[in-house]
Design a protein. Sequence first.
Length: 274
Amino acid sequence: MCFSPTDSSGGSSRAEPTGFPALRAEHLSHTYRDAPAHPTPALADFSLSVAPGEFLAVVGPSGCGKTSLLRILGGLLQPDEGRVWLYGKPLTAPCREVGFVFQRANLMPWRTVLANVMLPLEVQGAARDEAEARARALVSLVGLQGFERSYPRQLSGGMQQRVALARALVHKPQVLLLDEPFGALDALTRERMNLELLRLWSLHRQTVVMVTHSISEAVFLADRVLVMSPRPGRLRAEITIALPRPRAVEMMASAEFGALAQQVRRAIDANGAG
């Protein structure tokens, strides 16, 4: 079951139910049993609540279950125990109110930039004229105007991730889940994409949950940072990021930023870095 209101144009309604967290998860546990003799526990008794419009970052040692958590929050993976709610309604399957961006752009190589961005609207059965208009607007918004007819192989890694962001936003999701979306990019491109992400978030104010291995990225982007324990992942620390918005790269050189980053790092190290 998934909360799926629609407006008259076929897009997601922006009138979210009031009085509920955007996302709430209680007591999530999950174990992978691909090799029955050697089960792999991923999450154990993990709970969180994300307010509407909040930008939440999740960090932790490698293999602690961050991606598993995100897949459960998006309805892509069913937990062994626990439940997830989207605006107070049970979420048990993927739905249009939740957008996903992975580390790899996962663009269809035979489709142009515009066609890739239009894909979610085509799947939803939107009228072609409307789908194209909305896709063109998003392509322009992420700074790729003029590349509508380009193919993924003709784009840099950063440009491909811009297309992936546009594709995730085109159907107006209420929640955006980001799984290390800039992890494969070089440092300079990653910094630029962080600024681009903040710009898009400030325009649309979707609720965002982002998994990242970068402490500085988490502190720079988020309102709160959750720190997970080593596998099986549990919530071990919650750190509020009280830096003013809008944020600029220069903030990263400030003593306040450094203190917050060090607080996150200590929380990770206390639970066993990996």
